[in-house]
Design a protein around this ligand. Structure first.
Ligand SMILES: Cc1cc2nc3c(=O)[nH]c(=O)nc-3n(C[C@H](O)[C@H](O)[C@H](O)COP(=O)(O)O)c2cc1C
Length: 249
């Protein structure tokens, strides 16, 4: 059977995060198409609960790079976008329409986060289809209050992630993923494939970290994950969400 890989799937399977960019600017038409593609992402109940803030001001870029823990590419990328979960619009409608605004359920935080994330992933895939590269930036949630103040985000909004985009200055090796059988289950969740293949995946990841062209290190995936989950990550997020109007009930 002659099988031709669809171009979109090829682009998605070629993904690697890009953290170093050339000075080549991104044409405005290209940027507009990327945002149009982002906006075509499906949306729960068609609430479209997100906004995208393009950050151009170098001072704001520097502030966001600092908030993200000193990630220089937030300052340097030709394009930096912040994907914001946004229910301010819905509150506005409910006020204008003299209707109750029930936002207290945790479900709404999931809805806004998923909507923003789907739009961000669509933007990244669209950008990669144009030959650009990029990296998502969860580091902006280190200090969500500071992001809110920097971008003047209204109540009932919260920043979900940033996205750096531009032409890649270097194309890193692809990072190995978990074996397919550990993430794809049929009819019932099955722990066995993960338990059985963890050591082999650790070896694959250790080899990847040791031999990749940049930022080599001696680290297995299990070590990385146990270090990650040994620490509280972003304790300010819960209080911030409450301040923004989400009661998380
Ligand atoms: C929501 C989200 C937030 C992320 N935040 C960061 C970040 O702050 N800084 C960074 O360098 N990479 C960040 N990444 C990129 C991941 O580190 C990267 O996707 C992962 O290591 C897999 O590598 P790959 O994308 O090259 O395949 C983030 C990815 C996602 C999905």
């Amino acid at each position: 059977m002659v099988y031709e890989m669809p171009e979109t799937v090829r682009v998605m399977q070629q993904h690697r995060s890009i953290r170093s960019f050339t000075d080549q600017p991104v044409a405005d038409e290209t940027f507009q198409e990327i945002i149009r593609a982002a906006q075509r992402a499906p949306s729960s109940h068609h609430v479209q609960a997100y906004s995208i803030v393009r950050v151009i001001d170098p001072e704001k870029r520097a502030t966001l790079a600092r908030i993200a823990g000193g990630q220089q590419y937030v300052s340097e990328a030709p394009i930096f976008l912040v994907f914001v979960a946004d229910f301010w619009k819905h509150e506005h409608i409910c006020i204008e329409e003299d209707s109750d605004f029930q936002i207290d359920e945790t479900e709404n935080v999931l809805v806004g986060t998923v909507d923003a994330a789907l739009a961000a992933q669509n933007a990244l895939t669209a950008a990669e289809s144009f030959g650009l590269g990029g990296v998502m930036i969860g580091g902006i949630r280190n200090h969500p209050h500071d992001v809110r103040d920097c971008l003047n985000l209204p109540r009932y909004t919260f920043p979900v992630m940033g996205l750096c985009l531009g032409y890649a200055a270097e194309v890193p090796e692809q990072k190995p993923r978990l074996p397919l059988e550990t993430i794809l289950h049929t009819d019932t969740y099955c722990e066995k494939p993960f338990i059985e293949s963890r050591k082999a995946y650790d070896e694959e990841m250790t080899h990847y970290y040791k031999t990749r062209s940049a930022n080599q290190k001696e680290l297995s995936w299990s070590q990385q994950m146990s270090d990650y989950f040994a620490k509280v990550r972003r304790p300010a997020v819960t209080a911030f969400l409450a301040e923004q109007g989400f009661a998380l009930k």
